[in-house]
Design a protein around this ligand. Structure first.
Ligand code: ACO
Length: 427
């Protein structure tokens, strides 16, 4: 075994070096505080491994993303979202029989308890669907009180298809309510993505014609979003889950984390930014200049990533999907042209080159959602639907393979030292 040596004053400490299956190395500091009375300080956790995981591998320098050893490009080209979900959650590609059983479970669990439909009436029509999604997912826990024990594998197994299947229904119903249309119930004859599109776009008076190319595009987008190791929302799901909070509650917390514009909320912000450039006829060079200006809070949305210091492999696939879909639908989108121009300018600019800032998954996903007819405020909801299998896989792995310890970071306190209480009359 390899060791790292740490010297602090007179103290010398030998710390084991842990090596992952792709030769990533980490210094194991689990005994640091007990042996040396020290903790590590790493705001943003850029250098902190919170766990060992066998789900997803990212090489941010080379732009590689693999789920359970399979490349994202292979999965996007050959698998469905349901197959990919099975892979992430159970660790292997399903056999035909396993996949058929899994599909049946998803079909059997697609409906919401009818009482939950009344919840939608309580939200204002302007409510952001991410607010509805997170609270509805958390509310599901009140309907399955006998399946909430994270320590009972049989109960967990019952919850997995429930959350994976119902999230689509919750999302589509939220959209229908927001536009004042009646909800469309799930149709068990349809596959996962077609069923979602049908619930979104069919109306009782008119059938929705399902376009296989649109279904393929949705499948691809969901696959590309399905996992991304210890990102902000997944770490949130793990942290909440580490207190033994149930799966619904843990995932609801993940949805809230995903909502932020520095994370999944960026897909909405990208399109808003492109729309503004188009509406106001802004000069691309000026937009790039603003993004570089340290006195401005403006950032190029959909650019940069904590882990990728190269082109995000998901963005490459989405760009292709977007091009193909727009061509197939015989549509052009001025925002796609603006996005391409913006990318070209940014990628040849020293600021972006030096900082290794490339388009991320969110840069082109919104344009694809627009082409499908998904409204702007549902973009991050689409991301959440895609990320469900990843969250489940991590939550499950933490409970099965983790050490069972509650997640609890430490801090370096910088506040006032002990002082005496001053009575209110003397303040
Ligand atoms: N536009 C302009 N400058 C940027 C951008 C950007 N989009 N992203 C990073 N930078 C700059 C920073 O200002 C910083 O510059 P400095 O070294 O001169 O101070 C440098 O690049 C490094 O940036 P950090 O903030 O340290 O990068 P970090 O890893 O903390 O943040 C993040 C990553 C949040 C994704 C950031 O790049 C960002 O805000 N991007 C825009 C929002 C976005 O697209 N988010 C989606 C990410 S993908 C996902 O979550 C699914």
């Amino acid at each position: 075994m390899e060791f790292a040596e740490l010297s602090v004053g007179d103290q010398k400490l030998k710390l084991a070096v842990v090596t992952g299956s792709e030769q990533e190395r980490a210094i194991d500091i689990r005994e640091l505080r007990a042996k040396a009375g020290l903790i590590t300080l790493d705001s943003g956790y850029g250098n902190t491994g919170a766990c060992q995981s066998s789900i997803t591998y990212i090489d941010g320098e080379k732009g590689i993303l693999n789920y359970r050893g399979y490349s994202i490009e292979d999965l996007a080209n050959h698998a469905t979202f349901v197959e990919t979900s099975y892979l992430l959650i159970y660790g292997h590609l399903p056999t035909a029989a396993e996949l058929a059983d899994f599909r049946t479970l998803l079909i059997r669990n697609s409906l919401l308890h009818e009482d939950m439909l009344h919840f939608y009436d309580g939200y204002p029509s302007t409510a952001h669907p991410m607010a509805i999604l997170s609270s509805m997912i958390c509310s599901l826990s009140s309907y399955y009180p006998d399946s909430l024990d994270p320590g009972d594998p049989a109960q967990v197994e019952r919850l997995i298809p429930r959350v994976l299947s119902k999230i689509r229904t919750i999302a589509a119903f939220a959209y229908k309510k927001s536009i004042g249309q009646p909800v469309i119930y799930p149709d068990n004859s349809l596959d996962y993505c077609s069923n979602f599109l049908n619930m979104m776009f069919a109306v009782p008076s008119e059938k929705y014609i399902i376009d296989p190319d649109v279904v393929k595009a949705v499948n691809t987008l969901l696959i590309l979003h399905a996992d991304h190791e210890q990102n902000c929302s997944t770490s949130t799901v793990r942290l909440v889950g580490s207190s033994d909070a149930n799966l619904f509650a843990s995932i609801a917390a993940g949805i809230c984390a995903l909502w932020g514009p520095k994370h999944g909320g960026a897909n909405q912000k990208v399109v808003e930014m492109l729309q503004k450039i188009d509406d106001e006829g802004l000069d691309i060079k000026e937009v790039v200049r603003m993004a570089k200006d340290k006195n401005s809070s403006f950032r190029l949305m959909g650019f940069g990533h904590r882990v990728y210091r190269n082109y995000d492999p998901r963005a490459r696939v989405i760009k292709e999907v977007s091009d193909k879909l727009l061509a197939k639908l015989n549509r052009s989108d001025p925002l796609l042209d603006i996005a391409k121009e913006l990318e070209e300018h940014a990628l040849s600019d020293d600021y972006f080159i030096e900082r290794k800032l490339y388009p991320n998954v969110d840069f082109y996903s919104g344009i694809t959602y627009r082409a499908i007819g998904i409204p702007l405020d549902m973009f991050t909801v689409m991301f959440a639907i895609g990320r469900i299998p990843g969250w489940i896989a991590h939550w499950k792995e933490m409970h099965l393979d983790g050490d069972g310890r509650i997640g609890r970071p430490r801090q370096v306190y910088t506040g006032a030292r002990k002082r005496s209480f001053t009575a209110i009359e003397q303040r």
